[in-house]
Design a protein around this ligand. Sequence first.
Ligand code: SAM
Ligand code: FES
Length: 330
Amino acid sequence: MNKEELVQALSPGADTAAFFALADETRKKYVGDGVHLRGLLEFSNHCRRNCRYCGIRAGNPKVRRYRLTTGEILDCARAAVALGYRTVVMQSGEDNHWGPKELVKIVDEVKKATGLAITLSVGEYTKEEYKDLRKAGADRFLLRFETSDRALFAALKPDSDYDRRFSCLAWLKEAGFQVGSGVMAGLPGQTLESLADDILLFKKMDLDMVGIGPFIANPDTPLAGSPGGTLDLALRMVALTRIVTRNAHIPATTAMGSIDPQGRQKALRCGANVLMPNISPVEHRVDYSLYPGKICVNDQPEQCAGCVDAMLRSLGRSRAGGFGHSLKKA
Ligand code: SAM
Ligand code: FES
C-alpha cells in the first residue's frame, strides 16, 4: 500500500471490515494461528528521562520508585518458565543505576538459570554496550521510535534526539539483535499522514517486531487532559502494519486492553500474534503506571496466565510452540 492508501484506510470514516479481514488472513498465512506469550517483567521504574507522555518520567514526584534485585529478577524469570513462557521481556526506565556492566551480568545470569529467550526494553545505550548485552545472551530488543514525525518527537521527548534513536535501532541490528520498534497512536498533534509514514518505516526498517498502542493521557504528566488515542485508530494501525510487514511479530498490547476490555482480543483478530502477560511482582505493579487504568495491576502472574489462556480459547487460538524468534531470518 502507498501512503495515500494508508491515510485513506486510517481515516475514521473508512470501512474496516475488508482490510481487517485481509489482515487476519495475512496473519494466518505468514505467522499462523499460534500466539506467542512473552512474560513482561518491569524490573525498575527509575528513569532519567522526561518524556512528556510517560507516567514514570523523572519529573513525576508521585512515583514510588523501585528496582528489583538480581535475586528477585531470577525468581520472576523462573516463575515465567513454570508458566510455560519461553521469553522474558525485561523492561525498565532508563535507569542510571543499571550501568551496562550490571545489566550484562543480570542478562547472563537469567540466561544461564532459565534458558529463556531474553528481550530487553531498557532504552538508549551505546553501540558497544548493545554488543555486550547481545553477547551476554539477550536475543531481542524493543525500542519504539514513538513517532516518525521529527517535530512531534522533539516536542514529546525533550531530552532525546530523533537521529540518535534511529542510530540506536541500527546499532541493535548490527549487534545481531532481533529488533522491535513501534509507536503510540493518537498522540496530541499526530496526523494520519505521519501514522502512514510510521507504517512505511516499519516496512523499510524490516523490523522483526512492531508494537503499537494507543496513547493514554496520564494525569501526572504535562499531557494530562489530552484526549488520547482510540482503540479504533490503534486497531487500524495494527491491521495495516500486518498487511504491509506480513511476518513481523505484532503484540496485542496492554495499552489496548487498558482502554477496552476486548482491546487485545480485537487486535488478535486483525493482525496481532503476540501477548505479553505481566510477570512483575504484584506489589510493584501499581508503581509502573505509564498511564491510568492499566490492566492486571492486582493479578498474580498465574492469574494473568490463566486469563490469556482463556482469551486464546475463546478466540479458537492457542499458544504457539517454540521460542517465537523472528520469522524474518527464516
Ligand atoms: N525506557 C524504555 C524506552 O523508552 O524505550 C522502555 C520503557 S517505556 C515506559 C515503554 C513504552 O511505554 C514506550 O516506548 C511508550 O511507547 C509507552 N508509553 C509510555 N507512556 C505511555 C502512555 N502515556 N500511553 C501509552 N503508552 C505509553
Ligand atoms: Fe523513561 Fe518513560 S520517561 S520510561
